[in-house]
Design a protein around this ligand. Sequence first.
Ligand SMILES: C[S@@+](CC[C@H](N)C(=O)[O-])C[C@H]1O[C@@H](n2cnc3c(N)ncnc32)[C@H](O)[C@@H]1O
Length: 267
Amino acid sequence: MLVYHLPGTFETREAHLDLLWEAGATGLEERAGLIRAYFDARADLDPEIADGEWRDEAEQDWQAQFKATLRPVRAGRVTIVPPWLRHEVEDEQVALIIEPGMAFGTGHHATTRMAVEALSELELSGRRVLDVGTGSGVLAIAAALLGADHATGLDIDPLTIPIAVENAAINGVPPGRVAFAEGSLGLGDESGDVFDVLVANLYAELHDLLAGEYAAALRPGGPLILTGILMGKLELVRAALDREGFGGVTVREDGEWVLVTASAPSQ
Ligand SMILES: C[S@@+](CC[C@H](N)C(=O)[O-])C[C@H]1O[C@@H](n2cnc3c(N)ncnc32)[C@H](O)[C@@H]1O
């Protein structure tokens, strides 16, 4: 497990988190004033964040420590749990079991939690859902468990796909109701499929780039749920949605993170 340790201050952390994502971090955690960024391989880092320390941590130690800290996460009608905490989910809640692994999306990040909550507020039965940047598959699986007819999860990182497939199986979601594939919108190989709901936990600059693709991939008036947005970047996303004709924008916050919902242009 290759971990980059970067001491942070409140003033710099937002910019530093951005730079770490841009450098290819597969996950970020913050503990006691330290940013821990997980990488598959050493990356060239912007000089502004180059004073941290690379550590090759024993995966078992890291996993044992990490697993011990996990608690059930309530997100609207859904409670996200690792398999060994399944019994802690209350009867009226939908249990979403995620095996904590290498892919982002255990439910413990505010953005994942807000996205599951936003999905749980929609009527999904009979709907087809697209999840862009699926990671662990958590949002696509949540959509299927909440009654969507079908959910598709896309990720540019091929390592996430078998993890998402495994998580869908753990949750008993049949392959006919969920599909995961390496890919994204905006790569020029879109199938032209149109979805009823689109959810994406990426980052603000990508939402800006992909906003036109979101409009094309959604049925007119279809709900769009975007997160991974730092508060300081909200206006970039708002402007992109405005540019592409999205309406009914709502914003919710959790700490420094923001989730935006909107409705696709009417045609
Ligand atoms: C912040 S994680 C979100 C994971 C999960 N959906 C969640 O909400 O917890 C972002 C994921 O998007 C993927 N990703 C990054 N850029 C992407 C792009 N342009 N298209 C599709 N996936 C992308 C990353 O590999 C990563 O798995």
